[in-house]
Design a protein around this ligand. Structure first.
Ligand SMILES: [Zn+2]
Length: 463
């Protein structure tokens, strides 16, 4: 009798244990143990925390024990000693231009474009260069924690295919420009190409096709209007360079008797899915136009400093509530795609330009590269922060280098002491693209060898 009672007690105890621990939900991935910098509305930080991921989405963000008790993951990323961060968003680049990295430096924008870059492109841009260049850019972006990039170039379908194969998210705009270029002899041909490209990639889960009229000074009014109409017809983003140099302002005043921002407004160009890169030479009225039209602006501090284009009024944009993101611009004017460096330079340039050390503090610079970039691309419901229901675009960043020691404040280190090389893990759309610095979606040696081989052709073409 006594044994029976004891046995019954064991059974009851066992049942209650099972009842207290319901079956854990099977999911794909947990990133656990790091300091989770969520970038959500309250800028919550969990230290340590864990992120549960399944399919393409973030399922839950919480403390390590709670997530472990609830979920059984097929794969775990151990993020102890690291910061877990939303993937960085590069709102302005020209990915294949990594092939022109270091080809012509130390020049003003118009000299650099007209004497070197446009001629080099005329001789060498091809589907092959775009494909090989994009793979190289994708490798660099994955290795430095960029998970989404907005692009403007030629043969954009090749960029889309290469980015998709590498697993990156892209807002990719086919360039429309008035003069003959490698993939279109006329703007009309460019627009037809852009339309085919949009139709081909419209429903892709990673690639958002876009139309990218190069700038006000490289397109006539009819082409700009047609580009905007094409974007609106398919409800896709419209990307443009604007107000990058004082010279551009002078040309706009001659041609339109207005600033570049006002000229684009006067032809009905701006709208909620337009993204303007640079926006350096803008008045308060221009900023008010951009805010009223819900235009996203891409700030490119490194390119702007290197080409001595000027300093965008970042604090004014932010005070006005304009959706501001951060970009590297093409690698030929930067010369890399490291968004950590872009954050640091955004902070430094704003302080220097305004003579105010409180301008663009570290948290603001981090915002520009994450949730700010998402807003600028009108994608803040999908990306830009680590929150349940958003796409799982997540990176982990090592915080143990000598230059990151001691660690008082992870936000300070992310902006002022961290480099792209410190990124350990890159996850996009729930898929691990890099773990422990091993890129899974690209063969590193082949990508580098292909780029070096192609560089011989570029060298010969511009000799
Ligand atoms: Zn650019």
């Amino acid at each position: 009798m006594k044994t029976l009672c004891a046995l019954a007690a064991i059974v009851v105890a066992a049942v209650s244990v099972v009842a207290a621990q319901p079956a854990r939900r099977a999911i794909a991935l947990v990133v656990s143990g790091g300091t989770v910098v969520t970038q959500n509305a309250t800028r919550q930080i969990l230290s340590p925390g864990a992120v549960a991921i399944d399919g393409t989405d973030i399922v839950e963000v919480g403390d390590v024990q709670a997530i472990a008790a609830k979920y059984q993951a097929r794969e775990t990323v151990d993020a102890r000693g690291q910061v877990v961060l939303p993937g960085l968003i590069n709102t302005h680049t020209h990915a294949p231009m990594v092939m022109y990295r270091g080809l012509a430096d130390d020049l003003a924008l118009m000299d650099w474009l007209q004497k070197y870059i446009f001629p080099a492109e005329a001789k060498t841009v091809s589907p092959e260069l775009v494909r090989i260049g994009t793979r190289l850019a994708a490798l660099e972006m994955i290795e430095s924690g960029t998970t989404t990039f907005a692009d403007m170039y030629y043969f954009e379908e090749e960029i889309a295919k290469a980015a998709f194969a590498a697993g990156l998210r892209g807002v990719l705009g086919e360039t429309i420009i008035q003069f003959p270029v490698a993939d279109a002899k006329t703007p009309a041909e460019g627009l037809a190409r852009a339309e085919r490209f949009i139709r081909e990639f419209k429903d892709n889960g990673l690639i958002v096709p876009a139309v990218a009229p190069h700038a006000l000074y490289t397109n006539d009014k009819a082409t700009l209007v047609a580009s905007a109409e094409l974007g609106r017809k398919y409800d896709v983003p419209i990307l443009i360079h604007f107000a990058e140099t004082e010279d551009e302002v002078r040309v706009a005043r001659e041609q339109y008797r207005m600033s570049p921002a006002a000229a684009l407004e006067s032809i009905g160009f701006w709208g909620p899915k337009t993204l303007g890169a640079h926006g350096i030479w803008v008045s308060d009225e221009d900023i008010a136009i951009l805010k009223r039209r819900n235009v996203g602006v891409a700030h490119n501090p490194e390119s702007n400093m290197k080409l001595a284009s000027g300093a965008a009024p970042v604090t004014k944009y932010l005070a006005a509530g304009v959706a501001l993101g951060l970009g590297t611009d093409g690698a030929a004017s930067n010369n890399d795609l490291d968004m950590f460096e872009a954050m640091r330079q955004a902070a430094f340039l704003a302080k220097h330009a305004t003579k105010d050390p409180t301008a663009v503090p570290a948290q603001t610079a981090l915002d520009l590269a994450t949730i700010g970039g998402a807003r600028a691309l009108a994608m803040e419901r999908l990306i830009g922060s680590i929150e349940a229901g958003k796409r799982a675009d997540v990176i982990t960043v090592s915080m143990t280098a000598a230059r990151q020691t001691p660690l008082y404040d992870p936000i300070s280190h992310l902006v002022y002491a961290t480099r792209g090389d410190d990124v350990r893990t890159t996850i996009v759309n729930g898929k691990i693209l890099m773990k422990d610095r091993q890129v899974r979606t690209l063969d590193r040696a082949t990508v580098i060898a292909d780029a070096n081989r192609l560089a011989q052709k570029v060298r010969e073409a511009v000799r």
